[in-house]
Ligand binder design. Sequence first.
Ligand code: ADP
Ligand code: MG
Length: 687
Amino acid sequence: MAITSLEALMEKWERFFQEYCKDKIESAALLYPEKKSVLLDYWDIDKYDSELGEYLLDKPYRAIYTAEEALKRIDVAGEAPRLHFRVRNIPDANKVEIRDLRAIHLGKFISVSGLVKKVTEVRPKLQDAAFQCQKCGAIIKVPQEENILAEPMECYADQGGCGRKSSFKLLTEKSEFIDAQKLELQESPEGLRGGAQPMRLIVYLEDDLVGDVVPGDRITVNGVLRVQARRKGRMKLTEFNKVLDANSIEIKEQAFEEIYISEEDEKKIKEISKDPMLYEKIRNSIAPTIYGLETEKDALALQLFGGVPKYMPDGTRIRGDIHILLVGDPGTAKSQLLRYISQLAPRSIYTSGKSSSAAGLTASAVKSDEFGEGGWTLEAGALVLADLGIACVDELDKMQPKDRDALHQAMEQQEISVAKAGINATLKSRCALLGAANPKFGRFDEYAPIAEQINIPPALLSRFDLIFPLTDKPDREKDDALASHILEVHRYGEMLSHENIEIDRIKPAIEPEFLRKYIAYAKRNVFPVLTEEAMKRIRDYYVDMRAKSKETIPFTPRQLEAFIRIAEASARMRLSNVVTIEDADRAIKIVEYYLTKVGMERELEAFNIDLITTGITKTQKDKMKILTEIIRDICQETGSAAPLEEIITRAQDEGMERDTVEKLIGKMRREGIIFEPKHGKYKLTSE
Ligand code: ADP
Ligand code: MG
């Protein structure tokens, strides 16, 4: 039967509901008003009547309206609750990428997937407005369809009014409201290659759809595309905005769903995992145009795979992601490495700490006119958008101050809580952070503690599992090799544009496309567990190193966790479900390399984790002790604060240089050990 009239359509729906969906409707009605919809699979409709299915795709507003009218006619235990008709899983032909949305999609039922960037608070929206006629007092109802308030044209006689033109007063208490929310959907970054800017789409949600989605979620919205007039002040423009009226929302749960791995891929993945040269091959596939930096590349490879997150019975979660920081001289390929990793990782975000986005690295709740029409909008930052992937943040030292505080929680608990006005949400940031930072004074000084040299607080530094300084010191042999490498890369680049030649040296051992699949496969399917021997190896190393070192603490339980995560990642890399001694050794080697670079107290030739967590060397600490005593003595002798000059004179007797004293006094003041009640005079805080 062809669909010739609205009534015919409604009858079709009614029959379909009676015959096929009675159970669904009954259970939905039972849950009313907690649940207010009947959610159907598109293919159930199509199976019943393909014409009805096609009609829904082609004329969705009409189809949904009639379906909801028909739903009212289905008698459930004597009641007919007003249920929304929602449809999910619509055909592939109606799936559209945000950047491909065109005028032909207007008014059609389509499915759009993406990453939720912003959500507004849930706000009441007028659905059925009640107006009072100021002449006769009658109450007139006007259904609201647009964003602009529709008022009665006259005091409608058919609603019992006086029929005259009049002025009206809106009665909010007699009007009907519906919950409404707006969100901004952004193209998934994994679909973007070559640093293209993601395109965005505004989505409207109503009633029971609101409140379920938070920024950072990956969703598919099924709905109807329409246009919305744009205004400039009071003028309406001829260009329109696209908005999607959501009919149903599917939240994606699985990691890397968007990466398709065929059976053939899987066979190849398993084959490569057994390659005895696997680790070298993966290393050589990471930024092959960048010369050297072998250990750093090993670490980045391990970060791509990551350790295993653990969920404890008490509800806490221990992260599996490995956080890495690259600190170094300008021009040492930090930015290049970050870009490379962000393109290689199955899911990632590349951003700069300097970027002007209000959401910054974590999240922000702001009052926004442009998007929230004066209401609150919650916007996800890089670490939320990179959930289940890698956040590559260049110039991390230039991040906004509010991110510094929020970053602790984001890195350790891997979530970000926001509580502000109408918004109360916990956003997930289960990602690995790969940061790059430049030294404060231009060049990295390997003889000074790292915490002194970069503008990142020590407490935050200690959240990184690995920190690598990249230095650019003249070294004849290295310079020669590096220069040849870069020259060769450029020459090949030039030749490539002339003829089609194969380049072995800078060709990745494993193609990036395939490596991405390999990583996604490993993260999805492999969850290695420590063997007894691996545990023993790590435990012995940890205990021995701590026992051996007399004057310093080489590492804390934080590093112990780092060993475990890295060892797990190492096992995962070869798709092994067990962490072996070899994995433990690889982890120990890499942590040792990092500590040798930034956690080594040179004068003592010992690891000292305080260099990273507090930025104070053992030698400095000893000297600070002496200064503390000097200040205490002066204060007791004179009964007032100790003048700097006097402190310096006495410290010089103990063999300290003026420079050192001045520097340490500054440090002690920042640490809160001493304070300066009068200019140039110091007292101990604790006395
Ligand atoms: P940074 O972010 O550390 O300041 P960049 O990533 O911008 O440095 O690198 C500057 C340039 O130097 C890039 O073109 C990069 O390819 C090149 N370069 C630096 N170090 C190396 C290296 N080890 N191998 C190859 N190229 C390098
Ligand atoms: Mg850079």
